[in-house]
Design a protein around this ligand. Structure first.
Ligand code: UDX
Length: 431
């Protein structure tokens, strides 16, 4: 089939490239000319393992353009993959979605408009009304939320747990289902509102689990239990499962913070106070800040102390820093008067970092003269961070492991003071 995609961001690029790989002809449109030029020249503006190679492999079936006419012409299906960032009120900003809907040209040909972007429940109904008011009865509407996780997006596309398709007309849903031929999965056929809710509810449920295990971790620290062992014991219960029980310094990224806030806001707008999600958000904010308390416990004040933040991305295998705990941590530490050094193996766009942070090009450089190293992102490169070299470089050999990446006993045996999340706590450095 011929597919048009609005938005050459993360979702649009992965979706378009994977559909091209399934044999479809795909045209991806973006409004940023530099992005389109880069893609035409084979440069991929985001870091996602395997994506660059897959784009190159499918070059003959992939076209990049800034022109709306190029996407719409001959297309059987049009995917909306534009950003829906949160507004100051916590609602989703749908302006990019509405621009797409408003720009659709008049045509008699049947085409199916598919919403991949995460939108509030009820958006599909509003878009349907807007299409009808413009006389675009030839345009079908389907909600087909994405569940791609950054870093594993290509395999998530090829081996999805399910594909959710919410349609007004069954035939339009059939078209979207047929697009996925070659993918072995369960198709959940739904009404549009339910499909929209599945996306928000799935992300909220995962966020609930993370905040839950983070609170269990905090209680473990006070009571002598070990959260990794507890998570194992919980996860083997088939009713609970083992995923998303890794305690840490809070969730970030482009989806969880935004979608949890959007669902809470959606509920509020409809007259319901979503108490649980309010707590999930609060727990997550506090979790990022607990690192400061751990540093203070060992160093007294952090004023004029050199702190190395290792990892900037919100998780490994991505260069995405949106809502990353590193942002809150670096800003808090600067506000406390610390000398903040940061390192990340992949992140290049440092525009979001607060002014005053020193960016280092190697772990060694970040650790030179440091009073503490904080593992913020569980990059593989950091598994060997507790080395003799690091011990010699650091002024105070203190490691705060925000991701429970290291083995406490090994690290302590190497001469470091170690503190993880939800693990047995050692004595303070100063003790
Ligand atoms: C997520 C969803 O997984 C995906 O389905 C949705 O479409 C977009 O949001 P992503 O944001 O790429 O994907 O990352 P994910 O791997 O889900 O992790 C999200 C955050 O939760 C990260 O900050 C991660 O560090 C944190 N996390 C995850 C934990 O703290 N503990 C866990 O056990 C799992």
């Amino acid at each position: 089939m011929r597919i048009g995609i609005f938005g050459a961001g993360y979702v649009g690029l992965v979706t378009g490239t994977c559909f091209a790989d399934l044999g479809h002809d795909v045209t991806i449109r973006d409004i940023v000319p530099a992005r389109v030029e880069a893609l035409r020249a084979g440069r991929v503006p985001i870091y996602e393992p395997g994506l660059k190679e897959l784009i190159a492999k499918n070059a003959a079936r992939l076209t990049f353009t800034t022109e709306i006419a190029d996407v719409v012409r001959d297309a059987d299906v049009l995917f909306v993959c534009v950003g829906t960032p949160p507004t100051h009120s916590g609602d989703a900003d749908l302006s990019a979605v509405w621009t797409v809907v408003d720009e659709l040209p008049q045509d008699d040909r049947r085409v199916v408009l598919v919403m991949k972007s995460t939108v509030p429940v009820g958006t599909g109904a509003k878009v349907r009304t807007a299409l009808d008011e413009r006389g675009l009865h030839n345009v079908g509407y389907v909600s087909n939320p994405e569940f791609l996780a950054e870093g594993s997006a290509l395999s998530d596309f090829r081996n999805p747990d399910r594909v959710v398709i919410g349609a007004y007309e069954a035939a339009d849903g059939d078209v979207v289902e047929r697009l996925h031929q070659g993918i072995d999965t369960v198709f959940v056929r739904a009404d549009v509102a339910s499909a929209e809710m599945v996306k928000l509810a799935a992300n909220a449920a995962l966020a609930v689990r993370i905040s839950f295990i983070n609170e269990i971790a905090n209680v473990c620290e006070l009571t002598g239990a070990d959260v990794n062992t507890v998570a194992l014991g919980i996860g083997l219960d088939h009713r609970l499962g083992k995923h998303f029980l890794r305690a840490g310094i809070g969730f970030g990224g482009s989806c969880f913070p935004k979608d949890v806030s959007a669902l809470k806001q959606l509920a509020g707008n409809a007259g319901y106070h979503f108490q649980l999600l309010a707590s999930v958000i609060e727990v997550n904010e506090l979790q990022k800040r607990r690192v400061i308390g751990k540093l203070q416990k060992h160093l007294g004040t952090v004023r004029d102390k050199r702190v190395a933040l290792l990892g900037l991305a919100f998780k490994p295998n991505t260069d995405d820093m949106r809502e990353a705990p590193s942002l809150v941590l670096s800003a808090r530490l600067l506000a406390e008067g610390a000398d903040v050094r940061v390192w990340d193996p992949v992140v290049e766009d440092l525009g979001q970092l607060p002014h005053g942070v020193v960016v280092c090009s190697s772990v060694e450089e970040a650790l030179d003269g440091a009073d503490a190293a904080v593992i913020v992102t569980e990059w593989d490169e950091l598994k060997s961070v507790a080395s003799a070299d690091a011990l010699a470089r650091m002024r105070t050999p203190l490691i705060i492991d925000g991701r429970n990446l290291l083995d406490p006993e090994t690290v302590r045996a190497a001469g470091f003071t170690y503190e993880g999340v939800g693990r047995a706590v050692g004595p303070a450095v100063s003790a």
